[in-house]
Design a protein. Structure first.
Length: 157
């Protein structure tokens, strides 16, 4: 009877230890790389007119970030009488998103940015930077619209 209780106690203690660390140490190392991948979600909600050439900081990226991909969700298309464009940049004015006219898009349209998960298009942030949206050179600016920027990046060493 006593040996059965000891065996049961060992089983319970062993199960609790396994529940705290469900993966073996060599299996846990596989997930360390996933911890380096991050996703930012930044919103640009234009409720008053942004003039041509205006800039707005929508977020920031840390030092040593490697931007793999940018996807823009057009939640509300732009209201612009002159077909104004918007671009997004970090190290330059359009390294994350080329000049795009969002007035032509329907709600919930997805638009790909410049980095599209290939080494040739990725952006390496050597020093932390602000993600800045810049309005194009149309005559009237942008008076309304809402964009959601999803930026996928991984942290360098």
């Amino acid at each position: 009877m006593f040996s059965k209780m000891i065996a049961l106690l060992c089983l319970i203690v062993g199960a609790k230890a396994y529940a705290v660390t469900p993966f073996l140490p060599h299996e846990e190392s596989r997930f360390k790389e996933l911890e380096r991948i991050k996703v930012r979600r930044d919103v640009l909600n234009i409720s008053s007119t942004l003039a041509s050439g205006a800039t707005v900081i929508v977020g920031s990226l840390p030092t040593s970030a490697v931007v793999k991909q940018v996807v823009v969700v057009v939640e509300t298309p732009f209201t612009s009488a002159s077909g104004n464009t918007l671009k997004l940049g970090c190290l330059s004015t359009s390294d994350l998103l080329a000049a795009t006219d969002f007035a032509d898009d329907n709600a919930n349209t997805l638009v790909a940015g410049v980095p599209v998960d290939t080494a040739a298009s990725m952006v390496y942030v050597t020093s932390g930077c602000n993600m800045t949206a810049t309005v194009g050179s149309g005559a009237t600016g942008i008076s309304a619209g809402k964009l959601i920027f999803h930026t996928v990046y991984m942290m360098g060493e």
